[in-house]
Design a protein around this ligand. Structure first.
Ligand code: SF4
Length: 415
């Protein structure tokens, strides 16, 4: 039987390009049944968007990128370790791992990040390990570009044969303004086209949807996540789509790393979404079953920010833990009543207080501000969070402090 007790996290030397960063044993679903999945985080060169621009405001992949090309031989050495780990997992489990997730923290079909030969080796590994599905992550730009020229995706579906190919796009939101706040590289049209391209080539389309990135309130985050899932449903027009919604957690070198240091009364103060917000999102989609889930279960990793969640004042630790177990129960067994019972446990007055919080500036104004700050931080060759730490007065009101700073730089520089 698939159980959380078997979860494993095997970590390697993060600086060695011949070793993956980690190989983990988690769980997933396949055709209505709980299954085990192996998730491998590769040592990687870094996402192209991140290397060129500093990346998305809420993304922490830059922290582990090696920032130099990874050779095929180095990737092959990583794959050999992944195979060995999966074989070891299988030897200890009563049911083998059926789903393999290979994450390179960037654009899977970009030749500068992972070569065609190394990608082929990933497909071979998935087939030889008898996986029911292979899951990778990428972005709309990558899929649209591939569709125009190389068609790596179409060829991959063919070479994978009966192994399903699940393509996960970092969609985050269907609202272009929210996506601009996060500095996403692709347009919403790229995202929509990519989902159609993925389906037309016989792969499974999945999107990450973000819950409460920086500069969003709890109420906005909830509404945006629900609207995004509804939009994806509409776009899929009866076709299959999967959603993994991601509560944002604190990571170094992100915009919210700076925002969490603000005074709690500042409208831009960031804290992670309530666990009960996740249940409220799930409650909107009783019909999506295994195709809607949150990866929060992964927070049981020993190197995860789970403790951070537990210690935040979003619910007392005991209630938080009980809510968390409900989430795992829902994740594993798809019992919709676990959502209702979780909401009965959750602290209603806390939710009411959280959703009452407002940011006075409309999204358009926040986007304008973020764009100017990003332009300045790029000019100074700094991460946005470092730029803010260097240039804003600690303890001051975030919005006016940014405005004051931007008015002091050359107007041509802040456009
Ligand atoms: S979220 Fe994706 S596209 Fe954005 S910086 Fe991170 S890896 Fe790159």
């Amino acid at each position: 039987m698939v159980t959380t007790a078997n979860v494993r996290n095997i970590r390697f030397d993060n600086a060695d390009p011949r070793e993956p960063r980690s190989v983990n044993l988690y769980f997933d679903h396949y055709r209505g049944e709980p299954i085990y999945r192996a998730v491998a985080y590769l040592a990687n060169s870094g996402c192209e968007w991140s290397l060129k621009t500093g990346g998305c405001t809420m993304c922490g992949t830059k922290n582990s990128a090696l920032r130099r090309p990874i050779s095929d031989d180095e990737f092959f050495a990583q794959f050999a370790i992944i195979r060995k780990c999966v074989e070891e997992f299988n030897a200890a489990l009563d049911t083998p791992v059926k789903s393999l997730h290979i994450y390179n923290d960037g654009f899977f079909f970009n030749d500068n990040e992972i070569s065609p030969r190394a990608r082929e080796a990933v497909f071979e590994m998935a087939c030889e390990l008898n996986m029911c599905k292979l899951v990778i992550e990428t972005n709309g730009l990558d899929i649209v570009r591939d569709n125009r020229s190389t068609d790596y995706l179409g060829k991959a579906v063919k070479s994978l044969g009966k192994t399903e190919f699940e393509i996960t796009l970092g969609i985050e939101s269907a609202n272009p303004l929210v996506r601009a706040l996060y500095n996403k590289p692709d347009s919403i049209d790229d995202v929509k086209n990519s989902l159609d391209i993925i389906r037309s080539k016989g792969a499974i389309a999945k999107g990450y949807v973000l819950v409460k990135g920086p500069m969003m309130t709890e109420a906005e985050a909830y509404e945006d996540c629900v609207n995004t899932i509804r939009t994806l449903k509409q776009w899929s027009n009866g076709g299959r789509f999967r959603v993994e919604f991601q509560p944002v957690c604190l990571l170094p070198n992100t915009l919210h790393e700076y925002l969490i240091s603000l005074n709690r009364n500042d409208p831009y103060f960031w804290e992670p979404p309530l666990l009960s917000t996740l249940f409220r999102i799930l409650a909107n989609f009783p019909d999506m079953s295994e195709d809607l889930y949150t990866a929060l279960f992964a927070r049981i990793d020993e190197d995860s920010p789970w403790e951070f969640w537990q210690n935040r004042p979003h619910d007392d630790p005991e209630t938080t833990y009980r809510l968390y177990l409900k989430l795992v129960e829902y994740y594993l067994h798809r019992r919709h009543d676990s959502i209702t019972s979780a909401l009965q446990l959750a602290n209603e007055s806390l939710w009411q207080q959280r959703i009452a919080r407002k940011i006075p500036q409309p999204l358009e104004e926040r986007v304008r501000l973020v764009k100017k700050l990003l332009a300045q931080s790029r000019k100074s060759n700094m991460q946005l969070s470092d730029y803010l730490k260097t240039h804003l007065e600690p303890g001051s009101d975030f919005f006016s402090s940014c405005e004051k700073h931007l008015s002091s730089v050359n107007p041509d520089d802040s456009a």
